[in-house]
Design a protein around this ligand. Structure first.
Ligand code: FAD
Length: 325
């Protein structure tokens, strides 16, 4: 998002053993980052050590892809397609590192990484142990959650995916994607066609990083889709989706229907921030924004949704030394 202050010190760890050594040496004042795409740091910065994971091994072994945490996610999608392996194609174009993907069970267009993730190797900062966790242990299930979210205890060192040996995609599950491909929900098409369609759709919504396009200067979706045990009366018209922990509503729908349109908020920070002009769920830096500007707009939108629907939205991104108050 191109906001936030400096770190006291930065270590770029280029192999798994360097990651383990750097994390063990850093003590408690540590921030682990991958691509930094889902992170907001306060304007005063971070008074500790940042370990940037830059490990780079990617091995295709039969139907398995074993990837270091530092590998850029979209490189994995491309490598899988090149190897004739299907299952990741709908996750094309998501920014960030592979190690970042299990943290919030990254997902898009009806697909999530947990569907093909076989195991992760983690460093447990509490015990100091390096362990391999299978999928069941990772706590996936509910929207954008895992055992690794909202805790600094675990550092993801590498991830193993088990994919389908096929040039054809996993069944298409998302209506807008099926429409774009001209097929029905449940159909399979060449996996490369899914990648192309997803990149087109994401590009149209400003969800593929593009340095000159301020709509992409964001953390992606700023707020999580709320999962509620009871939907308030005021929100009963909102589209509802099943979730293992209750009913999931669309944060974008709530924001839009609470009166916030695309491009809203130009008066915040003297024009330095606004909602994306293509997508109300992304708060964007129009150039020269501070974290305080971003927080002011995010807090205002959250208050508007709270007032209209009685639902408090939660940020999806990691907030470091900044908050919505
Ligand atoms: C334009 C845009 C579009 C996006 N679209 C989507 C989308 O469609 N779907 C989706 O799910 N997300 C999306 N995101 C969010 C983001 O891409 C993902 O959350 C991504 O996985 C973050 O990875 P990262 O390496 O950048 O994480 P960072 O931003 O570096 O870190 C995010 C959090 O994960 C932790 N972390 C990172 N790496 C590790 C590791 N190896 N071990 C332990 N903790 C770690 C950090 O400490 C931090 O708490 C989007 C973001 C942007 C900017």
């Amino acid at each position: 998002m191109r906001v936030g202050g400096p770190a006291l010190s930065l270590i770029v760890a280029e192999s798994t053993s360097e990651v383990v050594d750097a994390v063990r040496a850093a003590g408690t004042s540590l921030l682990v980052i991958g691509g930094g795409s889902n992170l907001l740091v306060g304007d005063s910065g971070f008074d500790g050590t940042v370990v940037k994971i830059a490990s780079s091994s990617l091995v295709v072994d039969g139907d398995r892809v074993i990837v270091d945490a530092g590998v850029e996610w979209d490189t994995v999608v491309i490598a899988a397609l090149d190897a004739g392996l299907a299952g990741l194609e709908a996750l094309s174009g998501i920014p960030g590192s592979t190690g970042g993907t299990p943290i919030q069970d990254v997902g898009a267009y009806g697909s999530t990484v947990s569907e093909t993730l076989e195991s992760v190797t983690i460093l447990d900062r509490e015990s100091g142990a390096v362990e391999v966790w299978d999928n069941a242990r990772c706590g996936f299930g509910s929207h954008r959650s895992s055992a690794f979210k909202y805790t600094d205890r675990y550092v993801v060192l590498d991830v193993t995916f088990r994919l389908a040996t096929s040039e054809m995609s996993h069944p298409v599950r998302y209506a807008a994607l099926a429409d774009r491909l001209g097929v029905s929900i449940g159909d399979s098409v060449p996996a490369r066609d899914v990648r192309k369609a997803v990149l087109e759709l994401r590009g149209e919504r400003g969800m593929v990083l593009e340095p000159v396009d301020h709509d992409t200067w964001s953390v992606g979706s700023f707020f999580l889709n709320p999962v509620l045990t009871e939907v308030p009366d005021a929100a009963r018209d909102a589209p509802q989706f099943d979730d293992p922990k209750g009913t999931k509503l669309s944060a974008a729908w709530l924001i839009e229907h609470a009166g916030f349109h695309r491009g809203y908020g130009a008066e915040f920070g003297a024009g330095t921030v606004s909602l994306s002009t293509r997508h109300v769920l992304a708060i964007t830096n129009r150039g020269g924004a501070t974290t305080a500007d971003v927080m002011a707009l995010a807090g205002h939108v959250r208050a508007g949704v709270q007032e209209r629907y009685g639902i408090t939205l939660t940020p999806e991104c990691r907030l470091v030394n900044c908050s919505l108050g």
